[in-house]
Design a protein around this ligand. Structure first.
Ligand code: SAH
Length: 366
């Protein structure tokens, strides 16, 4: 039975499901979910990410990690965690770039959080070729109690969201039900009784606004706060999504680099939603973390020296000048990944501001 048929059967039995439940089935169903069974990342896959478009992104993040390791006092052992490593490009480029940093490789314990068995294999192969050793963990909590640097590129956008639409001055939840034998969007019959789930900046929005709420982000932030209360650490999270609250529908499905209907082929397409950086920062501060950013990816990479890195690469490989220029453009230009993608760093207290971010301007208490 296809995942669509199983979802239709479930809906027939229990009634319409939330968008978050739909995403959870479509992405993580053990027998047909996209990330459990079918994920294809990269040029030949369904979507292209920053590390897939060239080596500079992972290299600069590797050097950022080395700098932050030193900022933590160069501990002799620390967790280097990547959330959702895809084909393993970011971590391997980071590993190669940090070979020159004395003590860093010896201290790093690489732990990868990855749900897809097929991608785990690709990651293992890529790391093997780069001469690195890693372990795979099911959840961040499984990493040993050590100082920890966490990186995640296009990880948070996979996490399921609920959607609420403002209709006649009240919030109604958008649901996935069935119409004419196919999956279809609809609404919960009644208005939301308690608005506290809606992000504060949207609570009084006008009719037509859509609020997206990630039910798992609070637990994610708490797991960072718990970890960073035991030992110093930082999480660098890069994703697409605005740094102001906008209130629109950002659920999208991609297949072979094309936008497709998110309900048409659950399991066969990548489903994502924009990350709400405003809410993420608010939750992090409330959990006692320091927040760097969010700031645009382009500006952050420029601050870390992406232009100088591109110039050095071009000098050593003049034959690749065109490809390097295109990579730089893709990572930093406002009409490509430079502005739509943002970077945030959530840290334990008592560390200096993270590299590439302005000094902590945020209130230190929530
Ligand atoms: N970071 C990579 C891949 C991004 S795609 C890159 O930038 O190229 C999202 C990645 O997160 C995939 O590896 C996917 O399998 C993984 N993933 C998605 N949801 C996950 C979850 N809940 N737990 C662990 N990994 C997850």
């Amino acid at each position: 039975m296809s995942l669509t048929d199983r979802l239709l059967a479930l809906i027939a039995q229990t009634g319409p499901i939330t968008v978050a439940q739909y995403m959870t089935h479509a992405l993580y169903d053990p027998q047909g979910g996209y990330y459990s069974c079918n994920a294809r990342v990269g040029e030949d896959g369904d979507f292209l990410t920053a590390p897939e478009s060239g080596q500079m992104f992972g290299e600069l993040i590797g050097l950022w990690c080395a700098q932050e390791w030193m900022a933590m006092g160069s501990p002799p052992a620390f967790n280097l965690v990547e959330l959702g490593p895809g084909n393993g490009m970011l971590i391997t480029d980071a590993w190669r770039a940090t070979r020159i940093v004395p003590g860093f490789h010896d201290a790093a314990r690489i732990a990868l959080v990855e749900v897809s068995p097929a991608l785990r294999e690709k990651q293992a192969q890529a790391l093997d070729e780069a001469g690195a050793h890693a372990t795979w963990i099911g959840h961040l909590d499984e990493a040993p109690d050590l100082p920890t640097l966490i990186i995640g590129n296009e990880y948070l956008d996979c996490l399921p969201i609920r959607q609420f639409v403002r209709i006649d001055g009240a919030w109604r939840e958008r649901l996935v039900g069935a119409r004419d034998g196919a999956l279809a969007f609809g609404f919960a019959p009644g208005a939301l009784a308690d608005d506290s789930i809606i992000p504060p900046g949207l609570r009084d929005a006008t009719d037509g606004a859509i609020a997206e709420v990630s039910p798992v982000t609070p637990a994610f932030v708490d797991s960072l706060a718990d970890r960073f209360a035991q030992a110093p650490g930082r999480a660098l999270l890069i994703d697409y999504g605005p740094i102001v609250t906008t209130g629109g529908d950002t659920l999208q499905a991609m297949r072979s680099h094309e936008h497709v209907d998110p309900l048409l082929e659950p399991g066969a397409v990548d489903l994502t939603a924009h990350v709400d950086f405003v809410e993420l920062a608010r939750l992090a501060r409330a959990a006692g973390l320091e927040v760097g950013g969010p700031m645009p990816q382009g500006a952050w990479l420029e601050g870390l020296g992406v232009r100088e890195r591109a110039a050095a690469l071009t000098k050593s490989r003049p034959d690749k000048a065109g490809a390097i220029a295109r990579q730089l453009e893709r990572l930093t230009a406002a009409d490509q990944m430079g502005v739509l993608f943002n970077v945030i760093c959530l840290s334990s207290r008592d560390l200096p501001p993270p590299a590439g971010f302005p000094p902590f301007a945020s209130p230190r208490t929530a």
